[in-house]
Design a protein around this ligand. Structure first.
Ligand code: PAF
Length: 285
């Protein structure tokens, strides 16, 4: 497994693989890898001859009051896990490579519309940070395909839109959310939960499942949503949002918009103590 910290080495290696006809799949990450990330690497391996994983904690996607400085950085452990999966190359860019003018003064890219609703409303500038770094990483790595997790469903749609709008020749693939035994979606931020919060955190996915059941049973959307929010609040969650959307554009769903075979998604973000958790549940009626 090669570990590469500069653009020239990366490009030379990628060019060699291309010359020998190998396709390249890319998995961008912020490190602190868990089984969810590793499942994306497995998807990459199944679809391409060569797999590149990047680890970069992107300052542009953190607001000043967020956890950029405390975000878990576990490089040694991450490299071991990626080596065990026989990943071909780990790309470790630094801030000067990604933001030569400093992150506040570099060119950015923003996907309109989708970036400003739901998660984007709670975290202004977040998706600008994500789209910008992903585009830069795509330009550096030049992969044939890239894999993203469905846990960050809105992010996945934004990346797909970015690729379509900017005519990038990159196929975007996705991997299903991996969950702990009690239903908690895997996330690098789960390590912030103390024992009591970890116990409670399972109620998030359970509440989304109940919301889904109610919609399938024909309960009024607003009623089902309110009862989901109430249950979460009773368990001590601070609810940023719980919302039912259609999956393609994340448009709000109206009562008469619910029809057979309609693909829907419940998206949620909550805080438990100092930990912010997001989750989603996709289903069809
Ligand atoms: O999902 C993530 O880990 C990040 O948002 C990404 C895509 C690596 C960009 O920093």
């Amino acid at each position: 497994m090669a570990v590469c910290q500069n653009t020239e080495t990366l490009r030379t290696q990628v060019a060699r693989w291309r010359e020998s006809g190998d396709s390249i799949a890319f998995v961008p990450t912020m490190g602190n890898l868990h089984a969810g990330h590793l499942s994306l690497v497995e998807i990459a391996k199944q679809n391409a001859e060569r797999v590149i994983v990047s680890i970069y904690v992107n300052p542009l996607q953190f607001a000043p009051d967020e956890d950029f400085s405390s975000y878990p950085r576990t490089l040694e452990d991450d490299l071991k896990k990626l080596d065990a999966l026989e990943t071909d190359l780990i790309f470790l860019p630094d801030d000067t490579m990604i933001y030569p003018q400093g992150e506040q003064h570099s060119t950015f890219v923003e996907v309109p519309g989708l970036s400003h609703i739901i998660e984007g409303e709670c975290r202004p500038g977040f998706f600008r940070g994500v789209a910008t770094v992903v585009l830069k990483l795509f330009n550096l790595v030049e992969p044939d395909m890239a894999v993203f997790g469905e846990k960050d469903f809105q992010q996945l749609l934004i990346i797909r839109r970015l690729v379509e709008d900017l005519c990038l020749p990159i196929k975007i693939m996705s991997g299903a959310t991996l969950r702990e035994g009690d239903g908690l979606a895997m996330s690098s931020r789960n390590i912030y939960l103390d024992t009591q919060e970890r116990g409670k955190s399972r109620f998030l996915s359970a509440a989304l499942i109940e919301f889904q059941h109610q919609i399938k049973r024909g309960v009024d959307i607003e009623k089902a949503q309110t009862s989901c929010v109430d249950v979460l609040k009773k368990q001590g969650f601070l609810v940023d949002y719980v919302t039912l959307r259609e999956t393609s554009e994340l448009a709000l769903v109206s009562e008469d918009g619910i029809s057979a075979n309609k693909s829907l998604i419940i998206l949620a973000a909550v805080k438990l103590g100092k930990t912010r958790l997001i989750d989603n549940l996709k289903f069809t009626i």
